[in-house]
Design a protein around this ligand. Structure first.
Ligand code: TRP
Length: 331
């Protein structure tokens, strides 16, 4: 039987951090072994909000591809490509604009939230409004069965399914309704300040950070805010340092820090030093592969060209059927 097809994309926003790694990237590595996997850089999606200042998108695209590969995505096992190299996705999005009521897009939670909360960018453009519709086209242009994403993307997946159903009712059955594949333990990784790790909060530890960068970030990390003195007992459950350490440390070591923190038996500085050492070792293989890849100019673009060549026959086949269904081509 043919392997099931999965697809997921990241907006190119720069280097990948621990939030990506534990939230979805580890899952993507495992899935490339079992599925026909398509992983793409959503540069048009980045553009919907960065439209006035697109200068960094190429650099971020390259960094993302190199980080992906250094983390273990293997271009021989999965298809890594760039959205804008597959303009066919815009054609499918065009057909979707015909069957999608504006009200469906207006009520997407991420759209409403970002329009309300982001004031430093003009998000009144049609491209931003169409963001989830374009995402629906990304997914269906390869007729994906499953979409590995974090929980925050579920409303977009639901909208994709609704658009596919409307398309099916209008033109006939062909496109698949994709299902979400949420990582079992989709860890929510805190940043150095305790908020969710995110590049835009400036609290991210990047998986390519040097030992010095790791040390500087970890040594200035927030711990249990109520623990002011070494003699105050702390609560590791609310300590971001401890939460990150739990993801990478040996269970015995974690248990020890947990219990000594609760009785003020050890201080945060010694815990930070241990996390610096553990994290530096944990990220070392990645860092080495990443710096090796950086010595190969043009490598990321070669990978993307290869991926585009692989995805093109797939999307052409899907579009051929779609064009017949919408009756622009002869049946
Ligand atoms: N919206 C996704 C995000 O912000 C990125 C994305 C674009 C995507 N197209 C996709 C994810 C298709 C999965 C499938 O992370």
């Amino acid at each position: 039987m043919a392997r099931k097809r999965i697809l997921t994309g990241y907006r190119p926003t720069g280097k990948l951090h621990l939030g990506h790694w534990f939230g979805n990237l580890q899952n993507m590595l495992a899935l490339q072994e079992e599925y026909d996997a398509f992983y793409f850089v959503a540069d048009w999606h980045a553009m919907t909000s960065m439209w006035a200042d697109t200068g960094d998108i190429r650099l971020y695209t390259e960094e993302q591809v190199l980080d992906w590969i250094a983390a273990g995505l293997d271009p021989a096992k999965c298809t890594i490509y760039r959205q804008s190299d597959v303009p066919e996705v815009a054609e499918l999005a065009m057909y979707f604009t015909m069957v999608t009521p504006m009200s469906w897009l207006e009520r997407v939670p991420s759209y409403k939230e970002q329009r309300e909360q982001i004031s430093d960018k003009d998000l009144g453009n049609v491209g931003f409004f169409l963001y989830p519709l374009l995402q629906a086209a990304d997914i269906t242009i390869v007729n994906a069965d499953l979409v590995p994403v974090g929980e925050d993307q579920l409303p977009h997946l639901e909208l994709t399914r609704e658009i596919v159903r409307r398309f099916t009712n209008t033109y006939g059955e062909f496109l698949k309704e994709p299902a979400a594949l949420i990582p079992k333990e989709g860890a929510r990784v805190p940043g150095t300040d305790g908020r969710k790790m995110s590049k835009s909060y400036g609290n991210a530890i990047f998986i390519s950070d040097s030992p010095d960068e790791i040390s500087a970030k970890v040594m200035s990390m927030l711990t249990d805010p109520a623990r002011k003195l070494k003699t105050d007992p702390g609560d590791p459950d609310i300590c971001p340092l401890h939460q990150i350490h739990k993801l990478i440390g040996e269970p015995g070591v974690i248990a020890e820090f947990d219990s000594c923190c609760r009785v003020a038996g050890c201080g945060c500085v010694s815990h930070k030093q241990k996390l610096v050492a553990d994290l530096t070792a944990y990220l070392a293989p990645f860092r080495e592969r990443r710096s090796e890849l950086a010595t190969r100019p043009g490598y990321a673009w070669e990978v993307l060209d290869g991926g585009a060549a692989r995805v093109r026959p797939v999307v052409n086949q899907v579009l051929e059927t779609v064009r017949r269904l919408v009756k622009l081509d002869e049946v």
